[in-house]
Design a protein around this ligand. Structure first.
Ligand code: S3P
Length: 208
């Protein structure tokens, strides 16, 4: 069994930034460094929906995807059982069905340190004000900033797999979103010249 060094109270580190900024790779490095798991919001949505993100966009549209994104975020932040399943952590208390997520009822937040994790967000997750408010309240949010040149380079051939980049509009989308990422972030890191491991090291220093 792997030993994990847990923080004293629950810690959620949310990674935000434009597509291709390195949220997933930095999340993996940070997970190793901090000894807490990483959850990728897009992968979580895909597992819950039983469908890939491009298929969700194609079949149901962006609004439906954004709704799934908000539900997934709430499940991970508050849904003890949903999160424990993902983190494979056995429940300490009775299972609470996540129906409150849909109903918007009150939530009793579980602050156990073993529910600490790194949350790698999708590039648009923070744009909905409701999501941004939740992330600001419950997470330490890190904006992984990069220039358009770096982002294009990192995205490479993957650009065609991002539904929102299919019709072009890269620069406009980036310009529109950058202030939103900045406003939500506790820390901003310029990542252009840094490796995922270096970025993870900087984050570990910032939050400890
Ligand atoms: C999106 C970014 C994608 C994914 C979806 C929408 C966006 O995630 O959530 O295609 O709106 O920026 P990545 O940022 O991980 O590519």
């Amino acid at each position: 069994m792997t030993e994990r060094t847990l923080p004293f109270s629950r810690m959620i580190v949310a990674l935000t930034g434009f597509m291709g900024c390195g949220k997933s790779s930095v999340g993996r490095e940070l997970s190793t460094l901090l000894g807490i798991p990483v959850v990728d919001l897009d992968r979580y949505i895909e597992e819950r929906a039983g469908m890939s993100i491009p298929d969700i966009f194609a079949q149901s549209g962006e609004k439906a995807f954004r709704d799934l994104e908000t539900t997934a975020l709430k499940e991970l932040l508050f849904g003890g059982s949903a999160l424990r399943n993902v983190l494979r952590t056995p429940p300490k208390r009775a299972w609470v069905p996540p129906s409150y997520v849909a109903e918007g009822g009150t939530v009793s937040e579980d602050t156990s340190p073993e529910l600490s994790f790194i949350l790698s967000l999708g590039g648009g997750a923070i744009l909905r004000p409701e999501n941004a408010a939740l992330i600001r309240e419950h997470c330490t949010c890190i904006f992984l900033r990069a220039t358009p040149e770096t982002l294009r380079l990192r995205l490479g051939g993957e650009q065609s797999q991002r539904p929102l980049l299919k019709g072009g509009g890269f620069e406009a989308l980036l310009q529109e979103r950058t202030p939103v990422y900045s406003a939500a972030a506790d820390f901003i890191i310029d990542t252009d010249t840094l490796s995922p491991m270096q970025i993870a090291g900087i984050i570990a220093n910032l939050i400890s």
